[in-house]
Ligand binder design. Structure first.
Ligand SMILES: *[C@@H]1O[C@H](CO)[C@@H](O)[C@H](O)[C@H]1NC(C)=O
Ligand SMILES: *[C@@H]1O[C@H](CO)[C@@H](O)[C@H](O)[C@H]1NC(C)=O
Ligand SMILES: *[C@@H]1O[C@H](CO)[C@@H](O)[C@H](O)[C@H]1NC(C)=O
Ligand SMILES: *[C@@H]1O[C@H](CO)[C@@H](O)[C@H](O)[C@H]1NC(C)=O
Ligand SMILES: *[C@@H]1O[C@H](CO)[C@@H](O)[C@H](O)[C@H]1NC(C)=O
Ligand SMILES: *[C@@H]1O[C@H](CO)[C@@H](O)[C@H](O)[C@H]1NC(C)=O
Ligand SMILES: *[C@@H]1O[C@H](CO)[C@@H](O)[C@H](O)[C@H]1NC(C)=O
Ligand SMILES: *[C@@H]1O[C@H](CO)[C@@H](O)[C@H](O)[C@H]1NC(C)=O
Ligand SMILES: *[C@@H]1O[C@H](CO)[C@@H](O)[C@H](O)[C@H]1NC(C)=O
Ligand SMILES: [Cu+2]
Length: 616
């Protein structure tokens, strides 16, 4: 009844015994910190989900993929064996990778991808972080099925949580189910073909009983609870396209962490979560024993935005002993599970308020208030178009152009001129000047960013539409305190934008609706207890102001976590320079670091050593 997987033809040759062996994760206890080891076999499988067989790419045949569970301070080793036909990298979303940018897993930014039939071992330590993160492939489209939870427990055990110790901890991964070829869908998006939408939403890989293609309701995720006990839900939005609202009938949540940072607990009956975000929330089983629906509903920007097909999904909270009752008295009205009243699909303000209620539990704000800001950046996010041929073409719903996503009126171009990742070029002092250009500090044109008239095609937006592609980088001095204001615009859409920064956490000092106005908005900054996040949601037709300290040397991706915005170019690369000492500099790349297909002659390292020699 539920989604079933079986190895696809090309994978069937792999011996089952080998497969089972690799599923086992090995835990090697050390004196203090442990070493956690996993083998990730990336493979294509056939799955039948909505009465239709679909080929999907999975890790170890699992959807969601394996959960990595560690204790703060542990070292993590993941052997990735790529038996898929795709180039693969794995990104450890939210793990800071301090002085270890090499394993951040962004193709052609931090590493050459793991090509088919190759493998690569990611190795890193997780220090100073606790809570719920996740991992996912950083390959266009494929993260829809290549993802899993990454749970970091406190070194001093569950008793050291800043909230009552939960009876159980349960990952709740919200995602979507695609019957389309995801790699092709992502490729199509870069060519302006938006034919593909998800076929269903999922909780922990299950579509739930809103779907009944075979005449029989599909299985949904069931959370079994005991009356009076407390559960920690580790909620992750792994979906490609939508923010979700999550509710459980008859229950409230107490939010205790977001993006693996503790927050001042607050109670709410609805969780709002955008792609890339995580929320840790306590659920107390304090309702009359029974069965209660858990609903995840995607939201979308209201008209005049283009409306896309989106689906809610449903699971259930089931009190212990209730299943017996279900069998005994099926059909009596008191046994019908209770459903929650969901926000409207076009409700965006509930998400704005939810995010506004997040404040950091550990107040480091006094330091923030004292620290001067070294760089002020203003980033305007929206859509634009480039001509298919030449510089000039017809705009405004014309077939002569291609829609792209932009930051400050530039759309990111994946580095193609380079035969090595940007990080290697940076490390070996190879000039990026021919490949990359500096991201403008501010937008070139100031306009009414949130003017509703810009959403549909028309004369107003047509003037603002033209843009271009470039590999945008921005360099930061080691230790710089950076402030960025992200402004969502209504350029051809009224979407929100979950902006994700690799290698650093950001402090959210303010958010607002409409156009950012420094005179009015700076005085309202929260420099006392700003929430700390790796993914910040720039509200629909609004803005957010963040600060971060650029103290992690490397080349870091910064992008919208909506897959279509990412693929369409709402991306920039942050280069954080080395500090003055060895301790503040990026160490050399790991052993067996992948090289790019076309053997470059000389290799980045040889090039570097030769140029060193010629200097002396
Ligand atoms: C990775 O590949 C190397 C060489 O191709 C091989 O020796 C090694 O066993 C592989 N590791 C795994 C986990 O398959
Ligand atoms: C990609 O676009 C082509 C051409 O329009 C279409 O035939 C194909 O179905 C699309 N694929 C997906 C996965 O959307
Ligand atoms: C199938 O689902 C639809 C929509 O949720 C519902 O109206 C219908 O009654 C369901 N049919 C069965 C057999 O469960
Ligand atoms: C917190 O949430 C409540 C309830 O939705 C809302 O009224 C309030 O404005 C929110 N606070 C902030 C700072 O957004
Ligand atoms: C764009 O133009 C096509 C016809 O070329 C039309 O069918 C479509 O509705 C237009 N879309 C919008 C959003 O105006
Ligand atoms: C690259 O460009 C920057 C700024 O445009 C300049 O300062 C630097 O000298 C250039 N480097 C090389 C190697 O051309
Ligand atoms: C921007 O546009 C919005 C809606 O279209 C309007 O309400 C607002 O007054 C405009 N703001 C300015 C500064 O013109
Ligand atoms: C982007 O730049 C182009 C010209 O370079 C201009 O025509 C267009 O109006 C600009 N759009 C925005 C949103 O700044
Ligand atoms: C996969 O990676 C190799 C090596 O970097 C590259 O040559 C090839 O073009 C990539 N293939 C695709 C489909 O991106
Ligand atoms: Cu990410």
């Amino acid at each position: 009844m539920y989604c079933q997987s079986q190895p696809a033809a090309q994978a069937a040759t792999m011996a089952l015994a080998v497969f089972v062996f690799f599923l086992v994760s090995i835990v090697l206890p050390l004196a203090e910190a442990a070493s956690i080891e996993h083998v990730f076999i990336v493979n294509q499988m056939k799955m039948t989900c909505l009465c239709k067989e679909t080929v999907v790419t999975l890790v170890n045949g699992q959807l969601p993929g394996p959960t990595i569970e560690i204790t703060e301070g542990d070292s993590v080793t993941v052997h990735v064996v790529n038996r898929s036909p795709y180039n693969i990298t794995i990104h450890w979303h939210g793990v800071k990778q301090f002085q270890n940018c090499w394993v951040d897993g962004v193709p052609m930014i931090t590493q050459c991808p793991i090509t088919p039939n190759k493998n690569f071992t990611y190795q890193f330590n997780v220090v100073g972080q606790e809570g719920t993160l996740w991992w996912h492939a950083h390959v266009p489209g494929l993260r829809a099925t290549l993802h899993g939870a990454f749970i970091i427990r406190p070194r001093h055990g569950a008793d050291s949580y800043p909230f009552p110790k939960p009876h159980k901890e349960i990952p709740v991964i919200i995602g979507d189910w695609w019957e389309k070829d995801l790699a092709e869908m992502a490729m199509n998006m870069t060519k302006n073909i938006f034919s593909a939408y998800a076929s269903a939403s999922t909780v922990n890989g299950l579509v739930g009983d809103y779907f009944n293609c075979s005449g029989v309701a599909k299985e949904g995720f069931v959370l079994d609870v005991e009356p009076g006990k407390t559960y920690l839900l580790q909620i992750i939005n792994a979906g490609l396209f939508s923010e979700f609202y999550l509710k459980i009938a008859g229950h409230k949540f107490t939010v205790v962490a977001a993006d693996a940072n503790y927050v001042n607990p607050f109670t709410t009956d609805v969780i709002a979560i955008a792609p890339g975000e995580t929320v840790d929330a306590m659920l107390i089983a304090d309702a009359p024993p029974g069965r209660y629906y858990m609903v995840a509903l995607p939201n979308q920007a209201p008209l005049p935005d283009v409306q896309t097909p989106e689906y809610a999904t449903r699971g259930m909270v089931k009190y212990k002993g209730e299943h017996k009752k279900e069998e005994g008295h099926r059909g009596t009205s008191s046994d019908v599970p209770i459903g929650p009243k969901m926000p409207d699909v076009h409700d965006t303000i509930t998400s704005f308020y939810f995010h506004g209620n997040l404040t950091s539990l550990h107040h480091k704000g006094h330091l923030l208030a004292q620290q001067r800001v070294d760089e002020h950046l203003f980033r305007v996010l929206g859509l634009g178009t480039i001509c298919k041929q030449g510089q000039f073409c017809k705009r405004g719903n014309s077939s002569d152009d291609i829609q792209v996503a932009t930051m400050n009126n530039v759309s990111f171009q994946q580095p193609t001129a380079m035969t090595m990742p940007l990080l290697e070029a940076q490390y070996y002092h190879i000039s990026l000047n021919s490949t990359a250009q500096e991201l403008p500090k501010r937008p070139p044109i100031l306009f009414n960013f949130t003017d509703e008239a810009l959403i549909p095609f028309g004369p107003k937006e047509m003037l603002l539409e033209p843009t271009y592609k470039a590999t945008l980088v921005r360099r930061f001095k080691h230790g710089a305190m950076v402030e960025i204001v992200f402004q969502s615009t209504t350029m051809l859409q009224g979407d929100s934008n979950p902006m994700h920064l690799h290698g650093h956490n950001m402090m959210v000092v303010a958010q607002g609706l409409g156009n950012y106005d420094p005179v009015k908005d700076v005085p309202s900054y929260n420099l006392v207890n700003p929430v700390v996040k790796n993914t910040v949601l720039v509200p629909n037709r609004g803005w957010i102001a963040i600060r971060f300290v650029a103290n992690n040397p490397g080349v870091w991706f910064m992008h919208c976590h909506y897959e279509f915005h990412l693929v369409m170019g709402m991306v920039a690369v942050f280069i954080v320079e080395n500090g003055p000492t060895i301790d503040t500099s990026l160490p050399p790349p790991p052993d067996n670091f992948p090289t790019c297909g076309s053997k470059i002659n000389p290799t980045p390292k040889e090039f570097y050593l030769q140029s060193k020699k010629s200097e002396t």
